[in-house]
Ligand binder design. Structure first.
Ligand SMILES: C[S@@+](CC[C@H](N)C(=O)[O-])C[C@H]1O[C@@H](n2cnc3c(N)ncnc32)[C@H](O)[C@@H]1O
Length: 218
């Protein structure tokens, strides 16, 4: 389980995407699922009144979030980061690994959906720290966890060649730099966006961190 390097890029070839994305008999995700995810994320950003100029989709796969974000967040640029040579050739995504990728600027919206289970522990931990470096607004994060595999996943459609870690493993690391707001959404600490206490998932805020959201949202 403790491999230190990302999975081989060659693994993410045409067959992989045909099986898990394009063939409806075996696919784990659909374009329609991703449209709903984009609508949901954009609605939350709208609620926060947080302007989005740059979106990073880290491990973007076929890039099924790009078109719906163009519709819901029209003034934002979309960067799709990918490790798959096949997808980079086919769609022109930025080639790189999520644990090492560096940009000259920060992103107001970062997506990392279904990617980190492909990284061993050390690379995944580096990737989480890197997501914090790249973010200055909202992160949407999801990864297949040990509990998902045991209790929630459709095992016939879900890729089993992954690193399964408890959800708490991810939460503990994300909490170093983000505030969990629920449903896969995390707000970068220090973003200046105020939240009411009950808008946060999990632990209460310490008094010195408190700021009233009332001036911006009520
Ligand atoms: C299950 S797919 C998820 C794709 C997309 N995020 C989605 O939600 O549909 C996992 C993707 O992560 C990419 N990936 C795996 N390791 C990566 C890494 N170290 N850096 C960037 N992308 C990676 C793979 O190439 C693959 O396209």
């Amino acid at each position: 389980m403790a491999a230190t390097r990302p999975a081989r890029a060659a693994r993410f070839d045409q067959d992989y995407y045909r099986r898990y994305y394009l063939d409806p008999r075996t696919a784990v995700n659909s374009r329609d699922d991703m449209r709903r995810v984009a609508r949901f994320i954009a609605a939350y950003l709208g609620y926060l009144d947080l302007p989005v100029r740059r979106i990073l989709d880290a491990g973007c796969g076929c890039g099924w979030l790009r078109a719906p974000f163009r519709r819901h967040l029209p003034s934002a640029t979309y960067t799709g980061l990918e490790y798959s040579d096949y997808l980079c050739r086919r769609f022109g995504w930025t080639r790189g690994s999520i644990d090492r990728y560096a940009a000259r600027y920060k992103f107001q919206l970062v997506i990392c959906n279904g990617v980190l289970q492909y990284l061993g522990d050390r690379a995944a931990a580096r990737a989480l720290a890197n997501l914090a470096r790249l973010s200055e607004g909202v992160l949407y994060f999801n990864a297949l966890t040990l509990e998902d595999w045991r209790y929630h996943a459709d095992r016939a459609r879900t890729d089993a060649e992954v690193h399964l870690r408890p959800a708490l493993w991810y939460r503990a690391r994300l909490r170093r730099s983000f505030i969990e707001v629920g449903a896969g959404l995390w707000l970068r600490s220090g973003s200046g966006v105020p939240l009411w206490q009950l808008e946060r998932a999990g632990r209460p805020v310490r008094p010195h961190q408190a700021r009233s959201p009332a001036s911006t949202r009520s």
